[in-house]
Design a binder for this molecule. Structure first.
Ligand SMILES: Cc1cc2nc3c(=O)[nH]c(=O)nc-3n(C[C@H](O)[C@H](O)[C@H](O)COP(=O)(O)OP(=O)(O)OC[C@H]3O[C@@H](n4cnc5c(N)ncnc54)[C@H](O)[C@@H]3O)c2cc1C
Length: 435
C-alpha cells in the first residue's frame, strides 16, 4: 500500500468522487482516489440521464470522447392505471442543438471514462480498495484512512467522502446517521437490448436522438413511486422505485412492481422482443433538504448521495453529485492555496458555496414534497390515475350521451372518490408544495 501523504483522499469513484478528484488533480493537488469496485462504475446504478451543463463546468469538451448514448429530444410524463396512460409529451427540435443539454448514459462505461480523465489529470486511482475506517488524531481531526489492503494507514490533509447513498464509512465514524427508510427509495432496473433501428422506429427518433418516459400510477401499488423508461443506442433502461418505508409495509417485492410495469399494455409493446442482459437494484436518497447531514468537519467533507444531495421531484442526482464534488474541490483548492489548515472553520467555505448553488436552492424549494406524496400516496398514485383514465375515456367515447351529462358524471366520480373537501385539500397541498 502507498506510504505517502496526500493533499486529499477521495473515497469513491462515482459522479461526485470523480468530479472532486478531477477538479483537485487538474489544479495540481496530490490526490488519491480509492474505489471498492473492480473498476469505477462497476457498483453504480443510474437510470440514466446525465445533465451536460454540470459536466461542462468540470470538463468543458467532454463531448469529444465521453461515452454518450442518446441526447434527449422528447420527454413523456404518464399517469397510468392498469390498462391506460394519460400523458403529456414534450418534444422539440430545439433539443437537436449543437451542444445538447441531456444525454442518456450507461454508468459502467461513463464512470470508466470519467476515471480515465481523473488519472490523466494526475490523480492516483486505486480500485478494489475499500476504505474501512477514518483515522483521527488526538484532537479528533480526520487525518487519513485505513483500507482493506495490507499496509495500514494513508494520510491526507482532507478526506472527501463520496461513498454514495448508504455512506457506511461516514455513519460508522459518527459523522452522520444512516438514511431512514422514509428518506430513501429502492429502485430496480433492467437493461433491455434491441437493435438500434427498432428503438428508433418504436420511439420515433433518428440518429442519436432519444426519448424518455416517466410514469406514475397504479403500477406502484399505491406507494409513492416512479417508473422510468430511457432509450439508449441499443438498449432500453426500464425501472421503478418506491420509498423503502413503503416497501416495508407491503407484501409486494420490487420485482413484482417491475414485472407489472413491463407487462403494462402501454409499456409491453415498447420492449417486445428485447433481450434482458442486466439487472440491478440501488437506493436513492429522497429525504430532500431536511435530510442533508453536516457537510464538513475537521479534515473532511461529504458530497453527492452520501450527503443526501438528490432532487427526487425532478429525478436529478448525478448533476447534484458532480456539482457538490466540484464545489467541495474548489473550496479545498482555495484553502490549500492559502496554505491554511483543513479545519472545520476553513472547510465551511464548501457549505457557503454550495448554499449559493442550484443544489441547495432546489432542495430547499421542495423540502416537504416527499412527505406530502408519502402521506397521500394512495390518492396520488391510485385514486387520481384511475379517475383521470375514467374521465378521459368518458370524454372520448362518443355514445349519444349528452356532453352535459358526461361532465356531471366525471365531476360526480371525483367527488364520490375524494369528497369536495378532499379534492380541495389535495389540490391546495399540491399547489403549496410546488409554489
Ligand atoms: C435506479 C436509479 C436511477 C437514477 N436515475 C438518475 C438519472 O436518470 N439522472 C440522475 O441525475 N441521477 C439518477 N440517479 C441518481 C444518481 O445515480 C446518483 O445521484 C449518483 O450516482 C450519485 O453519485 P455519487 O458519486 O454520490 O454516488 P455513487 O455513484 O453511488 O458512487 C459512490 C462510489 O463510492 C464507492 N464506495 C462506497 N463505499 C466505499 C468505500 N468504503 N471505499 C471505497 N469506495 C467506496 C462505490 O463503489 C461507488 O463507486 C438514479 C439512481 C438510481 C438508483
Amino acid at each position: 500500500m502507498i506510504e505517502e501523504n496526500f493533499d486529499a483522499i477521495v473515497v469513491g469513484a462515482g459522479m461526485s468522487g470523480n468530479a472532486a478528484a478531477y477538479t483537485m488533480a487538474s489544479h495540481g493537488l496530490k490526490v488519491l482516489q480509492l474505489e471498492r469496485g473492480e473498476y469505477p462504475g462497476s457498483k453504480n446504478v443510474q437510470g440514466a440521464i446525465m445533465y451536460a451543463n454540470m459536466l461542462e463546468k468540470i470538463i468543458p469538451d467532454f463531448r469529444d470522447d465521453a461515452p454518450l448514448e442518446r441526447h434527449l429530444v422528447e420527454q413523456r410524463l404518464w399517469v397510468m392505471d392498469d390498462t391506460s396512460h394519460t400523458g403529456i409529451h414534450y418534444r422539440s427540435d430545439d433539443f437537436n442543438e449543437a451542444k445538447p443539454n441531456r444525454y442518456t448514459i450507461i454508468r459502467a462505461q461513463f464512470d470508466k471514462w470519467f476515471s480515465r480523465k481523473v488519472r490523466e489529470a494526475g490523480a492516483t486511482v486505486l480500485c478494489e480498495t475499500t476504505v474501512t475506517e477514518l483515522i483521527r488524531d488526538a484532537k479528533d481531526r480526520v487525518v487519513g484512512v485505513r483500507t482493506d489492503r495490507a499496509g495500514g494507514a494513508i494520510y491526507a490533509d482532507v478526506v472527501v467522502l463520496a461513498e454514495g447513498v448508504c455512506g457506511l464509512l461516514g455513519t460508522r465514524a459518527g459523522l452522520r446517521q444512516m438514511p431512514k427508510p422514509q428518506t430513501v427509495a429502492l429502485a430496480v432496473k433492467e437493461m433491455h437490448f434491441l437493435p438500434e433501428e427498432v428503438i428508433e422506429q418504436r420511439f420515433g427518433v433518428k440518429g442519436d436522438e432519444g426519448c424518455v418516459i416517466e410514469a406514475v400510477g397504479t403500477t406502484s401499488r399505491s406507494m409513492a413511486g416512479l417508473g422510468f423508461l430511457y432509450t439508449n443506442k441499443e438498449s432500453i433502461s426500464l425501472g421503478i422505485g418506491c420509498l423503502v418505508s413503503d416497501f416495508a409495509g407491503m407484501v409486494e417485492s420490487p420485482y413484482v412492481l417491475l414485472d407489472a410495469l413491463k407487462s403494462h399494455p402501454s409499456i409491453r409493446p415498447l420492449i417486445a422482443g428485447s433481450e434482458v442482459k442486466e439487472y440491478s437494484a440501488h437506493l436513492i436518497p429522497e429525504g430532500g433538504y431536511k435530510a442533508i447531514p453536516q457537510l464538513f468537519g475537521d479534515g473532511w467533507v461529504v458530497v453527492g448521495d452520501a450527503a443526501q444531495l438528490n432532487n427526487a421531484i425532478h429525478r436529478e442526482g448525478s448533476n447534484l453529485a458532480m456539482t457538490s464534488g466540484r464545489i467541495a474541490a474548489e473550496a479545498i483548492i482555495e484553502v490549500n492555496s492559502r496554505n491554511a489548515p483543513m479545519t472545520k472553520r476553513n472547510l465551511a467555505l464548501y457549505k457557503a458555496m454550495l448554499d449559493k448553488s442550484f443544489v441547495v436552492k432546489d432542495l430547499k424549494k421542495y423540502k416537504d414534497m416527499p412527505a406530502l406524496l408519502h402521506t397521500n400516496s394512495c390518492n396520488y398514485f391510485t385514486t387520481y390515475p384511475r379517475l383521470m383514465s375514467q374521465a378521459a375515456q368518458n370524454f372520448m367515447r362518443v355514445d349519444g350521451t349528452p356532453k352535459i351529462e358526461k361532465e356531471k358524471a366525471t365531476t360526480a366520480a371525483f367527488i364520490k372518490a375524494r369528497s369536495r373537501w378532499g379534492l380541495v385539500s389535495d389540490a391546495v397541498r399540491l399547489a403549496l408544495a410546488w409554489r
